[in-house]
Design a protein around this ligand. Sequence first.
Ligand SMILES: [Zn+2]
Length: 221
Amino acid sequence: MGEHLCSDPQEGVIQYDLEYADAHHIDCPHFAELNGWRSYFYRLGLIGQDPRRYGGMGFGNVSHRTDNNAFVISGTQTGHLPLLCREHYVLVEDSDINRNYLRARGPLHPSSEALTHAALYQSSPDIHCVLHVHSPLLWQRAAALQLATTPPRVPYGTPAMARAVAEQVRAAGGQEGILAMLGHEDGVLCYAADVERAGTLLLETVVDAHRLDEHYYTHHA
Ligand SMILES: [Zn+2]
């Protein structure tokens, strides 16, 4: 049973053409590691939901490649949950970035940013994990931290964003990296060959950002 829906762009959340099949169970081979890191980032405030931020919308999502360019991603509007279960993940089986199209199967719809994850997996076969968090700390220091960025005029959840992300991955060599989306407030992407590496890389960059601030306050106090 398939369901085809074009979401309301007014809503500003899900902006893609989604072909969705409801399924109780999907295979999520790296569930424990992925969900473990996701819980950790929730506790750090990098994934969550806050009435004072982004109009109260949930933010942040995590994914892992399965076969080819298919991937498992945390479902839409799960940001407020401290701990996710298998029922909160959905399989994105196919996608077409230029058409803003996703085909997914699972217990709930994929996160609104699944198209951006798809762009990362399609841009390099070496990428197996993508973490998307919201961090004012990293986002505001993107230049000082020498992070790759996508242009401020490119809004998230659009084919233009997917293309901009893919471009940056190719420019960085495709293996792993951190990317600040300047057209998506506080939006940061981290991608790597596995979950452990992606999680570690993101944490290391957070630590670097704190060091940068310490250095600044030590020398400008
Ligand atoms: Zn986001």
